[in-house]
Design a protein around this ligand. Structure first.
Ligand SMILES: Cc1cc2nc3c(=O)[nH]c(=O)nc-3n(C[C@H](O)[C@H](O)[C@H](O)COP(=O)(O)OP(=O)(O)OC[C@H]3O[C@@H](n4cnc5c(N)ncnc54)[C@H](O)[C@@H]3O)c2cc1C
Length: 356
């Protein structure tokens, strides 16, 4: 693999940069592809110098966190940076608020745990979501009726062109369902280096989603809600350390009111939720009803307890999973007239794939 013209074998690599490194342990699907150049970065100065080096060499830069929302399908040309920027500082704000500034490479679940231990409210429903704090705004992670945008004040970014570091207010980040400008117009512009959460000191719970309320005995407390979320998630979702997966493989599709009425007529037990003046369908229900739950083929499959999750039992490369995805999508389209959209991010981007 060598997609670059500027780097020869004789080029001296900066400290921390390695060549041709397997990414198998850096993506939770455990697919075995290589990074052409690879660096694990723990501080901002090193990050800046590596971005500057890659620019001088005219090579692509890909930033990864925990690799839990990725579908790596080929070797990644250029420099792959694993974000491990650390730091976690709390500051009392006036009134009911705590500001928590978190380095982008911190483990998200450990941050949630830390806020619960300190009796700070706001992100307890987002417990056990794998990955890093810095990736949380990218797809605006969400679970049990809460999205990270609800507790996010600002996002600190490194501008990839100027190498300036500055804060962007959360309301300017284009947050939507599993979406933000970081996935869209800012995809090649910024790396997230830290986030600032705005948490509450007084209780305010969101318990109306996913049967959470039924898991709590008596009066809800922060610890009870956190434990209920962890319990429900562990009972439904595979732990990527045990069974390779990237969480929900498809987004819940959004359909018009007219299409929803038609679908409800044909499938009265359809699971759906109002979404503005449209409806969000439970993609897991569509796949489950189509008979895919628990099916396996060529070492990959559909998780037996949750049809929205595709799992890798023993495939080394992504082709079998891509085939399974295509089969499910075609079947769902055929049955319900609904197009499923993939949630994990494909790497490398199709236009960056190495030429053979
Ligand atoms: C078992 C399981 C359950 C899950 N449950 C949920 C859930 O309930 N809700 C939910 O929303 N998601 C869920 N996910 C998906 C995933 O955990 C989240 O999307 C998470 O935020 C990804 O974090 P990461 O650090 O692993 O990002 P990665 O997978 O490493 O990266 C994801 C994308 O973000 C980009 N990126 C990463 N870090 C940065 C950065 N610092 N700056 C700029 N771009 C960056 C990457 O380039 C890539 O495009 C689940 C995944 C698994 C495996």
């Amino acid at each position: 693999m060598d997609s670059t013209q500027h780097i020869t074998d004789a080029t001296i690599l900066p400290p921390k940069v390695e060549k041709n490194v397997s990414l198998q342990q850096y993506n939770t699907f455990r697919f075995d592809y290589q990074a052409e150049f690879f660096a694990l970065v723990e501080d901002l100065m090193t990050l800046k110098s590596l971005v500057s080096w890659a620019q001088q060499q005219n090579i692509n830069i890909t930033m990864l966190g925990g690799g839990s929302n990725l579908l790596v399908c080929a070797d990644i040309p250029g420099l792959v940076i694993i974000n491990r920027l650390t730091g976690c500082h709390a500051k009392e704000e006036s009134g009911n608020r705590i500001s928590l500034i978190v380095g982008a490479g911190e483990n998200w679940h450990e941050i949630v745990e830390f806020t619960v231990q300190n009796d700070w409210f706001g992100i307890e429903n987002l417990a056990l979501i794998p990955g890093t704090a810095g990736a949380a705004p990218v797809q605006n992670i969400g679970a049990y009726g809460v999205e990270v945008k609800d507790a996010l004040a600002r996002v600190q970014v490194l501008d990839r062109n100027t190498l300036d570091v500055y804060w962007i207010n959360a309301q300017d980040c284009g947050f939507a369902y599993r979406d933000s400008h970081f996935k869209g117009q800012w995809k090649d512009k910024y790396f997230i280096t830290a986030i600032e959460l705005s948490l509450k000191k007084r209780a305010e719970f969101m318990l109306s989603y996913g049967g959470l309320v039924n898991q709590i005995d008596g009066e809800p407390s922060l610890k009870k809600v956190f434990q209920a979320v962890c319990q429900v998630r562990s009972s439904k979702l595979p732990d990527p350390k045990v069974l390779a997966n990237a969480g929900s493989f498809f987004k819940n599709p959004i359909v018009s009111m007219a299409q929803h009425i038609q679908l409800k007529k044909s499938f009265p037990s359809l699971v759906s939720f109002p979404h503005g003046d449209a409806f969000k369908l439970a993609a897991g229900w569509l796949i489950d009803q189509a008979g895919w739950k628990g099916k396996t083929q060529q070492g990959v499959g559909v998780y037996e307890k949750q049809a929205l999750v595709l799992v890798n039992h023993q495939a080394v490369k992504a082709e079998p999973l891509l085939e399974l995805e295509a089969n499910i999508k075609a079947n769902v389209l055929n049955l319900y007239g609904v197009e499923l959209e993939r949630e994990p991010v494909q790497m490398p981007k199709p236009n960056e794939e190495p030429q053979t």
